[in-house]
Design a protein around this ligand. Structure first.
Ligand SMILES: Cc1cc2nc3c(=O)[nH]c(=O)nc-3n(C[C@H](O)[C@H](O)[C@H](O)COP(=O)(O)O)c2cc1C
Length: 158
């Protein structure tokens, strides 16, 4: 049984969350886990019994390669245990996005706060953050993320 964690991280913070979830699954649940970017995920999809899509929110939407993955692989994902983990800087998830993500038939859809690190952003991204009066910081709650990962067996990740 293999679990594939598909990430789509622009600045690394979601990738770090995916790696931590993988580590918890390996060490506490003995789940064989592979972390791959969307681009490299196709090779693993056939062998995976469970798929966790871990992707950030950009401009109120799920990162676009992750959304394209969910849309284009809908039929294959329906035959597996699918979990969606999405992260953003906002304290709470956007309701419209939550409703949209609920349509993929995932066993679990979970929002966690990510990290908005000024030094990692481009000039245009910094401008956008200034315009929406966004706050920089690392908002990741590692204890909550690890606790969540330990409970994934209940959602078909085993
Ligand atoms: C240009 C830009 C737009 C963003 N838009 C949103 C948003 O709409 N909602 C949100 O909660 N976070 C938003 N964020 C914050 C990112 O989702 C957050 O920093 C995330 O952890 C980044 O993940 P990554 O480092 O894996 O790319 C935005 C960040 C940037 C730079």
């Amino acid at each position: 049984m293999t679990t594939l964690i598909v990430t789509a991280s622009h600045h690394g913070s979601t990738r770090e969350i995916a790696e931590r979830v993988a580590e918890v699954l390996r060490t506490t649940q003995q789940v064989e886990t592979v972390v791959e970017d969307v681009a490299g995920s196709a090779a693993w999809l056939d062998t995976a019994d469970a798929v966790i899509v871990a992707a950030p929110v950009y401009g109120g939407k799920l990162e676009k390669s992750a959304k394209a993955f969910l849309d284009s692989r809908r039929a294959e994902l329906a035959r597996k245990s699918l979990v969606i983990l999405y992260s953003g800087a906002a304290p709470l998830p956007d309701r419209r996005l939550a409703e949209q993500l609920a349509t993929y038939g995932a066993r679990e859809v979970r929002y966690v706060r990510g990290a908005l690190v000024e030094e990692r952003l481009s000039g245009l991204e910094k401008l956008k953050i200034t315009l929406v009066k966004g706050q920089y910081g690392d908002f990741r709650d590692w204890n909550a993320i690890e606790h969540w990962a330990k409970g994934l067996g209940g959602h078909g990740v085993s």
